[in-house]
Structure formats: C-alpha cells, structure tokens
Design a protein around this ligand. Structure first.
Ligand SMILES: [Zn+2]
Length: 348
C-alpha cells in the first residue's frame, strides 16, 4: 500500500529521548538518534535485507473485538481508579479505546520486516505494567472520544498494544527503543517498552500514534504529500537521513530548536522556522509527528514543551493544515474538536 516502509521508535531513558528508524526500500538504510538536553541516547543502525516475514504471535488471554463507534456513550465507567487490579485496568482501557492490550508472557517477541528485526522481552511485573497503563491512559485520554477506535485501516480491524520489557534491534548494540509501530505488518500494533517502576515515555507513545494517524490518512487518500510539501520552504526536500540526526549533524536551518524538549535555541527568527527540531527534517512523517508533540503535551499536561512554536507562522500553517486533514478523516464530537481547536488557538 505504501511505497515507503516506516518503522518508528523512540527512546526514553531516564529522561525523554527518541530514536526513530525508518527504511525506504530504495534508499540506503540509515538510523537516527536524537537527544534531549544533556542526555545521550544510543545508536541504532544495521538492517537486514531479508524478506518480510509476517509473524504474528501472542495475544492476550481475553482478546477483545473493537466495538462499533459510539460517541455518545458515557465513558466515565472506564475511568481508572486507585485499587484497580491490572486485569481491571486492561479491561477498562480495552473497552474505552477499542484496543487489544497484550502484556506479560503473551506478548509478541519478534517484529520483523525486510529491513530489520526488533525483539521484545516480556515484562512480567504486573505492578509495572499497571503503572505504565495508567500513564498511557492519561495520554490517550487527551485525544477525542472514539479517536483510537478509528485508527485501524484497511485489513486492520484492531490496534494491538504490546507492553513489553526491553526492546532491541538485531545487529544493534544497546537497547532503548521506547516504542515503535510499522505500516508493513500483518498486525497494526503499537509496541511500548515498560521500564523499571513502570516508566513509559508518554509523548513518544503519542508520537508513534501520529504515525498511525498518517498511515490511515494515506490509506484513506486524505493526505497528499505533494500538497504537504508546498507548506515547506521553496526548494526544500526531506533528506530521509536518520543517520545525520543520530550524529547531531543535521543543519538547524529552518528549525525552532535542535532537539525536542529544548526551547528555541537556533538563530532562526519566527518567520524562518518551518520545523520543530532537526529530526523533523528526516521525512514528512517525522515532521508531522514531532509537530504534534507540542500540542499533545499541552493537551495532556497543560504546558508547552516548545513555547511559542505555533506562533511561527509557517508552523502554524502546517499545523492548521494537518488538523484539518485529521478532522476530515476522523469522526469526533464537536466538544472534543473544539477543545483541541481552543488549545491550538491559545498557543498559536
Ligand atoms: Zn517518529
């Protein structure tokens, strides 16, 4: 369905970092790493050229089927409460978001495509899984009602959320892949690494969800990359180079900042800013996912991680355009749509 294959992931160590790996069949395989202020994340590289094998294994003890979309339903019965058992948390979130949550020894441990193989180890600590789910719920809760239920596209009927232990990439030293998704698998999945004490990188989870939004926008024919590129500087093309980002080599030209979670640290004036951070210049998927991070964080925690980002006119125009595409493809309550529009208005 798509010419490009995207495998996305991000890193959360103690702080927030992200790594994303993408592969295009006609391009040299490269990888990327980005860092937060003062933090260094590990390198990802190396990819096999083996043919894609669709492997599908592991399912929760009680798989759920997505329910029909109901935007009137009172979801407060699914609110998580102190004292909820892990089973209760899972059950509530599966019902609320129409997803299939898989954890413990039931997880899928291999994610393979023609370019690389990722492996996940189980996390069998129920307390950590429960803590992670509560944080993930807080993030997903900021999205419009019924939004997650609408993400599956084409052959995909449900979004699987795998909560795993350490994730590694074959041929790559170190770990630190906090979450990833792919558009070239039999399953539509979002795999999330749960660290000690149940730490998860919620902004990265939302970043990965943005990639899934894009998969759907593409599948539904809502987004046209040629039109999108017109919102970028004249003559600009994405470099498709994750490697440059990893090495911190990307030119901060047109960027608000060099990395996420860092304030405006380039010399670029607001009128000359078209991208959030250097990583956004890898490809359009990263551009949109990084761009949405600031708004998502504002919606979840009510502060801007990149203060004034959308006051830059080109950023504002891109975001407005993207939000319109999302509105076109997703059904949502007027109140939810207004809440997002209001949030965006306040910070743009
Ligand atoms: Zn990404």
């Amino acid at each position: 369905m798509h010419n490009n294959k995207f495998k996305t992931m991000a890193v959360a160590a103690a702080a927030l970092m992200s790594v994303l790996l993408t592969s295009c069949s006609n391009q040299v395989q490269q990888t990327e790493k980005s860092r937060t202020a003062g933090e260094i994340s590990q390198t990802s590289s190396g990819v096999s050229s083996e043919p894609t094998t669709q492997t599908s294994s592991g399912s929760s003890a009680e798989p759920t089927t997505a329910k029909p979309l109901d935007l009137v339903e009172d979801l407060s019965k699914y609110d998580l409460k102190d004292g909820d058992s892990l089973e209760q948390i899972v059950s509530k979130m599966e019902s609320k978001y129409g997803i299939d949550i898989v954890y413990g020894n039931d997880i899928r441990t291999e994610f393979k495509d023609e370019n690389e193989t990722l492996r996940a180890k189980p996390n069998t600590n129920d307390n950590e899984i429960a803590a992670a789910l509560k944080d993930i719920d807080e993030g997903l809760n900021a999205l419009p009602k019924g939004f997650i239920k609408q993400l599956p596209y084409g052959k995909h009927k449900i979004l699987k959320m795998y909560l795993t232990g350490p994730i590694t990439i074959d041929g790559v030293d170190g770990g630190g892949v906090p979450a990833f998704t792919s558009d070239s698998d039999e399953e539509l999945y979002l795999t999330i690494e749960v660290l000690e004490q149940g730490v998860v990188n919620v902004p990265t989870v939302l970043h990965e969800l943005t990639h899934i939004i894009d998969f759907k926008l593409h599948y539904d024919g809502i987004i046209n990359e040629d039109d999108w590129s017109k919102l970028n500087p004249e003559g600009f093309t994405y470099d498709n180079s994750y490697g440059d980002s990893l090495a911190g080599k990307k030119d901060p030209k047109y960027c608000y900042t060099t990395d996420h979670y860092v304030g405006h640290n380039t010399d670029n004036s607001n009128d000359d800013i078209w991208f959030y951070y250097c990583y956004s210049k890898v490809n359009a998927y990263e551009d949109r996912a990084t761009m949405l991070e600031n708004l998502v964080i504002y919606r979840i925690w009510n502060y801007e991680v990149a203060e004034g980002l959308y006051k830059c006119p080109h950023m504002k125009a891109k975001m407005e355009y993207y939000l319109k595409l999302i509105e076109k493809d997703f059904v949502m309550n007027a109140s939810d749509r207004d809440a997002w529009a209001d949030a965006f208005r306040k910070i743009s």
